[in-house]
Design a protein around this ligand. Structure first.
Ligand code: ADP
Ligand code: ADP
Length: 228
């Protein structure tokens, strides 16, 4: 469902962030992306949801050829990809349910369905009692659960998570990981960049290590493999 063929990314200032990546990720896989800071993990992930374009090579996501994707088609790709960030990126003036509903409004989901689906995902992330709270009234872990609810509300086939537990304490990180596992179990492919050694080592999922813009290691039931 995701395929990269000799993908390169050179930023306008000449930085070679990705230097020839070949990769296949199947439907319903759970993939950890590990590696030192500056290795190219974020760039790799951004290319999958077309936040960055490859300089060279081909990327296929659900049959979309991203190199040839017309700007007006990007919303159709994004509908199939949910993105989760380290810093949550909720809209601060909207309540929890408004943040989630907004992701459906932008793709013109009927109002009745928006209400129903918002309740469903709030249930899944166990935040029904916080539906009318503002993000600032929530803990970090709760904010990340809202971000996860927003990312899954349109039933994407892929979730891209860039250090989703980076700002959370260990217990809260585990809650988030259990939720990610549940989402994967329900049929969503997950690609997650992380520096959380404990989580990677205990989950035993596929691990892709990126170093200097290349895949240095790709293991089926892998481990973190670095000391930090
Ligand atoms: P990681 O996520 O593994 O820390 P990044 O993908 O953020 O790595 O960065 C890879 C390399 O590309 C680094 O050298 C970084 O400084 C550089 N880089 C990232 N974004 C940009 C950008 N917008 N412009 C120029 N260089 C960038
Ligand atoms: P910018 O590049 O201006 O930071 P982005 O496109 O990265 O804007 O994101 C704008 C907002 O939309 C962010 O809050 C981000 O969380 C959300 N967002 C972007 N792409 C997706 C996506 N594919 N799925 C869910 N939310 C997304």
């Amino acid at each position: 469902m995701i395929e990269m063929q000799d993908v390169w990314k050179t930023y306008p200032d000449g930085t070679h962030a990705i230097r020839g990546i070949n990769l296949k990720v199947d439907r319903n896989e759970f993939v950890y992306v590990v590696g030192p800071s500056g290795a190219g993990k974020s760039t790799f992930m951004k290319m999958i949801y077309r936040e960055e374009k490859p300089t060279k090579g081909h990327i296929f996501v659900n049959g979309f050829n991203l190199a040839k994707l017309k700007p007006r088609k990007i919303p159709f790709l994004r509908r199939n990809i949910g993105v989760i960030f380290q810093d949550f990126r909720l809209l601060p003036k909207m309540t929890v349910s408004e943040n989630i509903a907004f992701a459906m409004e932008v793709i013109e989901t009927p109002k009745k369905l928006i209400r129903k689906r918002t309740l469903e995902v709030l249930e899944l992330v166990k935040l029904r009692d916080k539906a009318d709270s503002l993000p600032t009234q929530l803990s970090g872990g709760e904010q990340q659960r809202v971000a996860i609810a927003r990312a899954i509300v349109n039933s994407p086939s892929v979730i891209i998570a860039d250090e989703p537990t980076g700002n959370l304490d260990p217990d809260t990180s585990w809650d988030i990981m259990k939720l990610m596992e549940e989402i994967n179990y329900r049929g969503t492919t997950i690609i997650m960049a992380t520096h959380n050694k404990e989580i990677v080592n205990s989950m035993r999922k596929r691990v892709i290590a990126v170093e200097k813009g290349l895949i240095a290691r790709d293991q089926a039931r892998g481990d973190y493999g670095y000391e930090d």
